[in-house]
Design a protein around this ligand. Structure first.
Ligand code: ATR
Length: 283
């Protein structure tokens, strides 16, 4: 696909956070901008905490269509927006800002990303949502819990190293969540229909997730939000014992799909080619 040129009408979008240099979002958005021949660009901006407000207001003043927001600003950014969409309000965090008519609107497309990734390939939701086990209690876990609650989870087990963090997260959900202490994470896999790792364990240059899968039912779907590497140790071990597995790259692609649609009014396709490109050298 030929590169298109920049001119006086080129619109800007981008990502703010710290750090941002590892992000795959510029590559994903650029791929779709070219595919749809949209005269816009998506750039990553490393923003210091004391410049956050100026950065957002400045981008809005410069006529950016919007910004993605990543760690550590997803919560703080809500302090200076004009309106907040339902998922962002529920999560107390935004990953997408839309600038329009002088207003800053906050949205959260992470929940959509998790739902869309899990429901692709015609998976049976009723089967998947019987007993969900989620590892972790950070921002990604919060989105995963909200997504599973939206998808009608019958039972959610939340297991985290720091029990207090899991308790605090469970309080924000409008359904009962069973808190599992970290040392009981293996026995709590019994009867699970879906296992989601939202901890950073397994990420490149991080310790692997220490989790024996012996009691996990063989038909349980194992999903890792970690996508670098794409095929984490957890997913490889799950696959070896015959469990269906789902990598984390789709979640990244689908949250981007919704942000792209909010800015450009077109819903781009999440194809195998896009996912391979998005995974980059991390496979
Ligand atoms: P994110 O916003 O991407 O979810 P985060 O808020 O930093 O990231 O959350 C990281 C998660 O990984 C947390 O659940 C963290 O557990 P704690 O709440 O106990 O900090 C979990 N985590 C990180 N390192 C871990 C480790 N070595 N063992 C177990 N859990 C770990």
């Amino acid at each position: 696909m030929a590169l298109f040129s920049i001119d006086g009408a080129t619109k800007l979008t981008g990502l703010i956070g710290s750090p941002v240099t590892h992000s795959r979002s510029p590559a994903i958005h650029q791929y779709w901008l070219q595919e749809h021949t949209i005269n816009a660009r998506y750039l990553a901006f490393e923003v210091a905490a004391n410049n956050l407000k100026e950065a957002v207001k400045g981008a809005a003043a410069l006529g950016f269509l919007g910004l993605n927001v990543t760690v550590p600003y997803k919560e703080r950014v809500l302090d200076f927006v004009n309106s907040i969409e339902e998922d962002a309000r529920y999560m107390g965090a935004a990953n997408t800002l839309i600038f329009s008519g002088g207003n800053i609107h906050a949205a959260n497309t992470d929940v959509y990303g998790i739902v869309a990734n899990l429901t692709q390939d015609g998976r049976c939701l009723a089967q998947l949502m019987k007993r969900v086990m989620i590892l972790g209690a950070g921002g990604a876990a919060r989105a995963a819990v909200a997504a599973c609650a939206q998808m009608g989870a019958v039972e959610i087990r939340l297991c985290n190293r720091t029990l207090e963090n899991a308790r605090a997260l469970a309080k924000t959900v409008q359904m009962p969540v069973e808190i599992v202490p970290w040392h009981l994470r293996e026995s709590a896999l019994e009867g699970a229909s879906l296992l989601i790792n939202t901890t950073s364990l397994g990420m490149k240059n991080t310790a692997a997730l220490d989790l024996d899968l012996a009691v996990l039912p063989p038909d349980a779907l194992v999903h890792d939000i970690v996508y670098a590497p794409l095929h984490t140790d957890l997913l490889q071990r799950a696959k070896t014992r015959g469990n269906p597995v789902l990598t984390g790259i789709g979640m990244l692609a689908y949250q981007a799909q919704k942000a792209f649609e909010l800015w450009h009014g077109v819903r781009p396709a999440v194809t195998d080619a896009l996912l391979v490109m998005a995974a980059g050298n991390n496979t």
